[in-house]
Design a protein around this ligand. Structure first.
Ligand SMILES: [Fe+2]
Ligand SMILES: [Fe+2]
Length: 286
């Protein structure tokens, strides 16, 4: 904890430290090894998953959800791996493992994970609207966009939680506070961590830059996850406020969708309605 009290830490030293402290769930480390080894078989992946039955059960629930659209029931992890493929299974399992870390860390970690799930669902909905981006990558990117926050909560604990709370979960304010205190921010840490895990580069890049201001413009979403993840995170924050101030959430959604995608008010409303319907899916991941 005290190791991070002084500013200007090297990002890779922090990652080394996280690895040395075995902060990452064993199952995630093992899945990474299995995917890296070209000789790995379906059995190896199944065995790796069985190290964490709760994660395997969650992965099955998600594989059976409508998003993956496998159009048949997926009764076993082996079948899920067969249908999704090694890489997609790895990406999803990694994201779910990060969710377990978040849930186990602190109350703030739980809140950050719920926010991440909503961002993941929002990111994939937005993809459906007006982009040629890969919906699975958008979804995984949303789930993982604040992995850096969850890692810092796990590593630093209360002092970092105090910092997060002081920014009221406003990511842009948080990154500024992190940079002045640690010399790096959670987006840079998250992107670097995902690169070590060899997740697809668009996801690493999108996570690394989700707090970088984007120039407004309807064509911005193009083929990059950066603006999409930024937008999805904003939408997730707005959705969180739905109960207390629905009009504020709508305002944010309209503003974001107009700024990033040039959606008309009618389209933004339809997006909001879909996101409202998706809310029950959030529970699958918590
Ligand atoms: Fe963030
Ligand atoms: Fe976020």
């Amino acid at each position: 904890m005290s190791t991070l009290a002084a500013p200007r830490y090297d990002l890779h030293e922090v990652l080394d430290r996280l690895e040395a402290l075995q902060v990452f769930p064993d199952v995630a480390v093992r899945i990474h090894e299995v995917v890296k080894d070209s000789q790995s078989t379906l059995e190896d992946m199944e065995k790796a998953m069985s190290m964490d039955p709760a994660l395997a059960a969650r992965l099955l629930k998600v594989a059976n959800s409508s998003f993956y659209g496998l159009n048949r029931s997926v009764p076993t992890v082996r079948r899920a791996v067969q249908l999704l493929g090694f890489f997609a299974t790895r990406d999803l399992a990694m994201a779910l493992a990060v969710g377990s870390m978040g849930r186990r860390s602190t109350l703030t970690g739980r809140a950050v994970w719920e926010h991440s799930v909503i961002a993941g669902i929002a990111a994939r909905r937005v993809v459906d609207f007006r982009t040629r981006l890969d919906a699975s990558q958008a979804f995984i990117g949303g789930l993982l966009h604040d992995i850096g926050v969850i890692m810092m909560l796990t590593l630093v604990g209360e002092p970092y939680e105090v910092l997060v709370k002081s920014t009221r979960l406003d990511g842009d304010r948080l990154t500024r506070a992190e940079r002045s205190r640690f010399g790096f921010d959670h987006a840079a840490l998250g992107g670097a961590c995902l690169r070590r895990w060899e997740l697809p580069e668009p996801i690493c890049d999108g996570v690394e830059h989700h707090h970088v201001e984007q120039q407004p413009g309807p064509r911005l979403l193009g083929n990059q996850l950066r603006p999409l993840l930024r937008m999805a995170a904003h939408i997730a924050h707005a959705m969180n406020r739905v109960r207390s101030a629905p009009e504020l959430a709508m305002h944010v959604l309209e503003h974001e969708s107009n700024q990033f995608m040039g959606l008309q008010e009618r389209e933004a409303l339809s997006l909001a309605r879909m996101l409202g319907q998706d809310r029950s899916e959030v529970r699958l991941y918590l």
